[in-house]
Design a protein. Sequence first.
Length: 358
Amino acid sequence: MLVVLLLAAAIWGLAAAFGIRREIHWLAIGLLYVAVLALLVVLPEGATLRGWLGWSVGAWLVLGGAGLAVWSYVRLLGRLRMRARSAGVPGAEMPAPRTGGSSPRGVAALSEADVERYSRHLILREIGGQGQRRLRNAHVLVVGAGGIGSPALLYLAGAGVGRITLVDDDRVDLSNLQRQVIHRTEDIGMSKVASATRALHALNPGVAVTPVERRLDDTLAAELIPGVDLVLDGSDGFATRALVNRAAVAAGVPLLSASVGQWEGQISLFDPARGAPCLACLFPVEPAAGLAPTCAEGGVAGPLPGVLGTMMALETLKELTGAGIGLRGRLLLYDGLYGETRMIAVHRRQDCPVCGGL
Ligand SMILES: [Zn+2]
């Protein structure tokens, strides 16, 4: 008996030391258990090994049955807890976010399939069922299905953000594929919004994607932005970012804006309606030609927009669910070449040409 327990402890310890998955731990212990039972059946009475195994087949079966009952109970408890969170029972409460979740649609519980799909969110104290329903009820506008937009869109769809409107007038080019991972080689020549929409549907058919294959201008921005909870801008080029900023400020909608160049990227949440600066508070005028080259002009390390786009998706989840501390009033700078991150406090400017009059 003691020999078997020591063997089980050794298997567990070794598996833990090598970082092997918990399921494999249990599988190894299960195999050991089956081996013990098999030996007890096969070995003749009085064999030395039988003495080491200690108990009779019946006793081991009782132990196995008890173990199975405990495992089932723990699993059932976990599922019940997850279901309780998905139904938004007390204990899963969190501070109300600025956006989403308060509409009547938000009251409806998640389906069985959604409980399974979003189970890793549901067990997070900061998201839970309430947060997941806020994500489902949210509507975000994503400007650009390029390097930053690609991971941001994929993670938003994966996370269950209910409605995504996507604007881009570009077509997939071979030179995009080094970093714009939402598109495939066979999508070359296709419109980026169509290619991205296909990928998002394939990942999560429960997300409603509205592709807008148009160049964003003041008219279109003024049409699209007032209806959404949050704008994500991953476009390449100062003029578009400034345009999105003006429209977001005018509509009072928060704007997550990220940009990358060569090895460095930056991201912040611009929201003058809630005390944070807008993009123009930081960059009131367009940088001189050559000072802020686009990716096509200056190059960009492929995974860099992936880092910033993924940060953007994470900040979106926080903003929509009210989890954690967002990037309002903070500019996060990431230097990929040296693996360094810096956070800078940023403030509204009273003389800002865009939000100064608010
Ligand atoms: Zn401003």
